[in-house]
Design a protein around this ligand. Structure first.
Ligand code: T4K
Length: 401
């Protein structure tokens, strides 16, 4: 790691980057390799690779236990899980979602010709604002999907009130919130159902994977049919379905990740606290505070660049990229500014003022088990240096080249 003491040392001034290898936001956490390889051997011995094999069954049981939920239905990824959950709930017409989320939340609706209607967010928590949701309800609205963005539960009670007032279904995209809790209860127990992602970039991964958690027996039964083509036994299709099954190898990775989940969370918390302390000392930057009595996975380090910072958010990103720090602008520019939604609603931004503001301020920083405290310290030194630049003209000129 190269030491950066002044602007003269920055990589944008044709110097070597601070880090010789890139630092990623979504570097996968890996549990005990031996334990994973033992499971792989077991899969080969069983000659059972997919279709509700023993690893998937064990994975589902252990996840349900971890969450304290009646049913966990494992899936091939979070997006298919969202699509199946939406279909199983019978959502139609319009469904209200945040625009400030990963585009899969909206696509899972659009893919089934259900219109995602974007509501605005609370600027402090970055999650759906129930008042904005209320304003978006029309006679065609059938449901609301809250997103527990950054692993922080959204305003569950506020959204439930709006859903109850208007007879709407409420489900959650909990892709970021595995192993988090809300007022002592694990995420997975709220709304009609909650959907997780176990993608490689999530702190808890099964290579690719996802799950639907629910306490509703009938809904769970329907979801199980849907993810397996509607088969209710050999040659007996009783429902229209798709292929949402998780493979044995993914379940093996998921089980291995579950054994190390406490270690992953501890490292993430350590990293979060190091960033928090450092960023508090840098004028013009702030960190999304994500803590309290409840469980948090701290898998996203969410930093906001204020307007009084000498460089813009995008300029900060450029400097960081040059230093091999692959920080991200999640979830810029908001789903409403992506296709096909941008063409459908060219003026949606007028009603999504907080979404526009937040998506222009956020930088998500690298964390996870591959990040050392020394790496974080070096990143904070660079940010501190940027905050103190008096003559930004030269830096801006270099960035423009
Ligand atoms: N809902 C929400 C709210 C979500 O955030 C997501 C997924 C979903 C639904 C859908 O769940 P899945 O269908 O994905 O299960 C990444 C992930 O692919 C995506 O799962 C995640 N959200 C999203 C927030 O982040 P990208 O487009 O940013 O991925 P990419 O390829 O740029 O990778 C991110 C960083 O991680 C890069 O610096 C490279 C690094 N990386 C990535 C992979 C896959 C590695 O170092 N190793 C790896 O194996 O979407």
């Amino acid at each position: 790691m190269k030491k950066i003491n002044s602007v003269q040392d920055l990589a944008i001034k044709d110097k070597a980057p601070a880090f010789s290898e890139p630092l990623h936001v979504g570097r996968p956490n890996i549990g005990n390799r031996e334990s994973f390889l033992d499971r792989v051997n077991e899969i080969f011995d069983n000659r059972w690779f997919s279709n509700n094999g023993p690893m998937v069954q064990q994975f589902e049981e252990e996840i349900a236990k971890h969450l304290g939920v009646k049913h966990c239905i494992a899936m091939c990824n979070g997006t298919i899980a969202l699509e199946i959950a939406i279909r199983a709930l019978g959502l139609t017409g319009e469904v209200i979602v945040p625009s400030y989320t990963f585009v899969a939340t909206a696509h899972a609706l659009q893919w089934q010709e259900i219109t995602p209607v974007f509501a605005d967010i609370d600027p402090v928590t970055h999650s759906l604002d129930p008042d904005s949701v209320r304003q978006m309800i029309t006679p065609r609205t059938s449901g609301i999907i809250g997103v527990h963005i950054w692993g922080q539960p959204c305003n569950i009670e506020g959204l439930q009130v709006v859903a109850d007032e208007h007879g709407l279904q409420l489900m959650f995209d909990a892709a970021h919130a595995f192993s988090c809790s809300h007022e002592g209860q694990m995420i997975g127990n709220f709304g009609r159902c909650e959907v997780f992602s176990f993608h490689a970039t999530k702190f808890f991964n099964s290579f690719e994977g996802g799950a639907i958690a629910t306490n509703d027996d009938d809904l769970a039964k329907q979801i199980r049919l849907m993810k397996n083509f509607g088969f209710a036994g050999y040659d007996n299709v009783i429902y229209s379905g798709t292929n949402g099954k998780m493979t044995e190898i993914c379940a093996a990775m998921g089980l291995t990740s579950l054994e190390s989940i406490d270690d992953f969370m501890q490292v993430n918390k350590r990293n979060y606290l190091a960033y928090k302390k450092g960023i508090a000392e840098i004028s013009g930057l702030s960190l999304l505070v994500n803590e309290g009595e409840d469980r948090r996975n701290h898998q996203y380090i969410v930093m906001e660049v204020d307007s009084n910072f000498p460089l813009t958010r995008d300029e900060v990103i450029q400097v960081l990229l040059a230093e091999n720090i692959l920080a991200r602008r999640y979830f810029w520019p908001g789903c409403h500014n992506m296709e096909p939604y941008r063409s459908f609603y060219p003026h949606a931004g007028l009603l999504l003022t907080q979404t526009q503001t937040i998506s222009n301020r956020v930088i998500v920083m690298p964390t996870g088990t591959t990040m050392s405290l020394d790496n974080i310290k070096a990143i904070l030194t660079i940010l501190q240096l940027l905050s103190q630049i008096e003559n930004t003209g030269l830096v801006k000129e270099l960035l423009a080249v």
